[in-house]
Design a protein around this ligand. Structure first.
Ligand SMILES: Cc1cc2nc3c(=O)[nH]c(=O)nc-3n(C[C@H](O)[C@H](O)[C@H](O)COP(=O)(O)OP(=O)(O)OC[C@H]3O[C@@H](n4cnc5c(N)ncnc54)[C@H](O)[C@@H]3O)c2cc1C
Length: 385
């Protein structure tokens, strides 16, 4: 949508049209509110990710509207994944999942979500539009757009602008904490041998535990391959992630063989993952943070799309409550924190504990591989994953 008027008034402005922002816009569909969705990027756009779409993402889509889940089921640019194989010291275990998950490039998945917003809601969508200054005013938040003398005014601002959220930086005291942040790299490859479309693969290496290299299948015999490590460890050990990535493939016999004729498509790109292992401010007077802006990524699996969408939906529900009550204060907005943490806090706490235990006692991973020889123990371990 082009920008005409100099000041645009909205009930809700969502900054960021990734999974968090789109889920929020979709969940506001029937709220009767005037909603704008702003994104600095031009869509379809890429986003550095492992491209694994967790079950929670699709469950959230379904909870917003079952027709959206049905639309995703018909979306062809995806693989349905049913199991994960773990590899460590030439041993392997395969876990079959109870529910399904998917892989889909973020170029395709995020564009699918934005198309749902375009087709099914009255949201005003402004892409290639960079909101960069967020200022609290008496009646809400004023949002200035870079290189444009337009500004937006929102009664409620949802910061869904990702890991480097400008909203979080300007409206809260959030700073990067390397103990709760992962640095990672990923590249696409074509022609990886013996890739199974329904299986995601994880490779551990003792000296990097609990970090791992992933190989996730994508349509068209493509693979998303990546490696991530706690930023504090990267700094402490002065790790060159790009070098580790290629060395990992070269020095793991199984991978070396399978990548012999593979071709890298595009660059090896890096990006950060803000983990949900610390409590940060996620709401305040007239605003909420959602998705990576709120640091919600699973500390073990690195999954963030499902939590981002769940938080977008819950932020929409809180926005509706605020308008019903005519209350936009920090105290009332905290209902969002309660709802979100009520759903995620215990899970994130457990996952963080496991991550810490594994990194201080790598021997435990040997134990897991041994225990999985027993079907009963394997089932027990799978429940905890
Ligand atoms: C290497 C890597 C691998 C990952 N692998 C997985 C995985 O396999 N599965 C999984 O579930 N999660 C994975 N994640 C995490 C996942 O990518 C994020 O958790 C997820 O993208 C969060 O969604 P979001 O909507 O909060 O943010 P994003 O997807 O980052 O979307 C934010 C949007 O905001 C826009 N934006 C940025 N700044 C502004 C601004 N100032 N104003 C307006 N718009 C702005 C951006 O253009 C973008 O469209 C991975 C992350 C990384 C880095």
């Amino acid at each position: 949508m082009p920008l005409h008027d100099k000041s645009k008034q909205y009930d809700v402005v969502i900054a960021g049209a990734g999974p968090a922002g789109c889920a929020c816009a979709l969940a506001l569909k029937d709220a009767g509110l005037k909603v704008a969705l702003l994104d600095k990027a031009t869509f379809p756009r890429d986003k550095v990710c492992g491209d694994a779409i967790p079950g929670r993402a699709i469950k959230t889509l379904s909870a917003i509207d079952q027709n959206y889940e049905a639309a995703f089921k018909h979306f062809t640019e995806k693989c349905e994944t049913k199991r994960t194989s773990l590899y460590y010291k030439e041993r392997s275990i395969t876990f079959d999942w109870v529910g399904s998950a998917y892989t889909c490039t973020r170029m395709d998945f995020d564009n699918f979500l934005l198309t749902l917003v375009k087709d099914h809601t009255a949201t005003d969508i402004f892409t290639s539009t960079l909101p960069h200054l967020f200022t609290a005013t008496n009646g809400g938040i004023s949002i200035a757009i870079k290189n444009n003398d337009i500004d937006f005014h929102a009664k409620i601002l949802i910061g869904a602008d990702g890991a480097q959220s400008a909203v979080a930086k300007q409206l809260t005291s959030k700073t990067l904490d390397r103990a709760h942040h992962v640095g990672s790299v990923r590249a696409y490859f074509s022609g990886v041998a013996n890739l199974e479309n329904s299986t995601t693969e994880i490779y551990f290496e003792k000296k990097f535990l609990p970090s791992y290299l992933w190989v996730f299948p994508l349509p068209g015999n493509m693979a998303n391959v990546g490696f991530g490590m706690l930023s504090a460890e990267i700094a402490r050990r002065k790790v060159d992630l790009k070098k580790v990535f290629y060395d990992f493939i070269e020095q793991t016999p199984r991978l070396k063989e399978r990548f012999r004729n593979a071709v890298q498509v595009g660059d090896l790109q890096g990006f950060g993952l803000p983990l949900g292992s610390r409590i940060t401010t996620i709401s305040g007077d007239n605003f909420m943070l959602s998705g990576d802006a709120a640091s919600l990524i699973d500390p073990i699996s690195g999954d963030g799309i499902g939590n981002a969408m769940l938080s977008g939906k819950l932020a929409a529900e809180q926005a509706v409550k605020c308008f019903q009550a005519g209350n936009f204060t920090k105290g009332f907005m905290h209902g969002y924190d309660d709802a979100l943490l009520g759903k995620l806090a215990n899970e994130l706490k457990m996952r963080y504990k496991t991550q810490r235990i594994l990194s201080s006692m790598p021997i435990l991973l040997d134990g897991v591989f041994l225990a999985c020889r027993s079907k009963a123990l394997k089932r027990f371990i799978q429940k905890g994953l």
